[in-house]
Write a protein that binds this ligand. Sequence first.
Ligand code: D5M
Ligand code: FE
Ligand code: ZN
Length: 522
Amino acid sequence: MRKKVLAGLVARGVLVEPDALGYIMAQPKPLEYIEGYLGRQGQAPLFITLNDLKSGALQSEKVILRDGEIVIEKPAIEDKEATAPSLSMEQKQLPIPTPPPRHLGKGGPKRKTGDAREFDADISIIKDITGQSRCSGKASDFSHYFQSRFNALSRLLRQRPELASAVDIQVAARYEREVAIIGMVREVKPPKPGGTKYTIMTLEDGTGAISVLTKSEEEHILNDEVIGVVGKVSSGRNGRFKEKAVFADRIVRPEIYGHRPRLGQRPLSAAFISDIHIGSKKFLPKAWEQFAAWLRGDDPLARRVKYLVIAGDMVDGVGVFPSQEEELEISNIIGQYEALGKLLEGIPEHIEVIMLPGNHDGVRLSEPQPALPAQLVKAISAKATYVGNPCLMTLDGVRVLAYHGKGLDDYVGNVGKVSYAQPARIMAEMLKRRHLCPIYGGKTQISPERTDHLVIDTVPDIFVTGHIHAAAAQRYEGVLTINASTWQDQTPFQAIHNIQPDPGRVTVVDLDTSNYEVKRFY
Ligand code: D5M
Ligand code: FE
Ligand code: ZN
């Protein structure tokens, strides 16, 4: 059988990695399996890796090595263990079914009364770098990292009908006709005033690279993003170009369309906040105290709050920017986290606090950031769930992508039409590109991990960021995007740069209906 499979692949000019061959042989019907796989590819690939095959597998299948053989484990339908949360699984089938959304805006059906004290928290961490970082600083890390990004995003792009028959760039370069290709943007040059009206980029996919020209100024192509292009390969009028180029008719992004958010089954809510910046002279203690008192009080909305997600920059940190000491109330990092612990004492015990770090917190700056280390957790000394940044989790079965938001700075600098005053628009740009920070070597430090944790491979129901100290909640294609405000007044730096913060706002989402409300405490 192994020989038959190999002969079939050789006849098509397809090479196969040994592990990938093992995977094919582990299928109940290897020949049918590989026929089906190749049939779905359109253009036969030059080389098949285990990853290529696994990406086509059911998400809940496990590929394991047993007695030197590759075995595929399919979870039993009723097997609770198989669907239990696991930090190492990038994607998994979630146990909660997706009921149709009953309502998608504000002011919908009446809020069910609920008392969060009567329910246990139901949190699953789906994707988080904490304890998984394998980045060693070797040059090969970079190629693995970009390969992972390309694989994840090209897989999404290939699901788009206009890219279903996308060909390798090496193959496209041989044609002189309409083609569809998928590639990573290596270099992008905007149109020159008085010169070319085209944005010219180099697109590459591992088989080759080609210039792509687009007339549209609306696209805002970013370095290192992965896009699809439908256009015509041409060597130019009268062979004007030395090499062939693709004249794009359409730029295709991985996008999100009409997402149907999952709903929780219990009358509970999640509150989203960010950027407490305790330790800064600009921290707003009165606003915080009003918020904590509200959570302790009798407001029916407060009574439903079971989860409090804090999207990073819990403390102001030390040495984060030049001359920061002049702006600090608490000048040592342990003291700042101890003060955070005191603040959290005011939050009712039955509320599950979930914290991820930001660029002011005491963990490595490069993203993905792991959860706060044990020493700082000890200083906080409060019951909480500490996760990394970004983190994909479920709260009552509702998928929440929480990201501090440093990547927003790169989007604002490079996507012409968005500004800090429009957080929802920037977050929509992230969702369109399915990436939290495509530009490598920009304002955000990125750690080249084996898998690209900044890819938005799973569509979240709620996408929350902080960092830009704005308050916004808006739906984009069914995804509720939230920028979770701050508890810090305008800083001297922000005053110079005319950044107006929106402090003391809390976005509360009813997990059972997806309705939301923004409460003001400042
Ligand atoms: O960032 C708070 C806000 O201030 C956010 O909008 C970015 C902006 N900010 C802060 N420092 C810088 C620098 N150095 N360059 C550009 N923009 C900046 P936070 O992370 O809370 O300091
Ligand atoms: Fe901040
Ligand atoms: Zn920040």
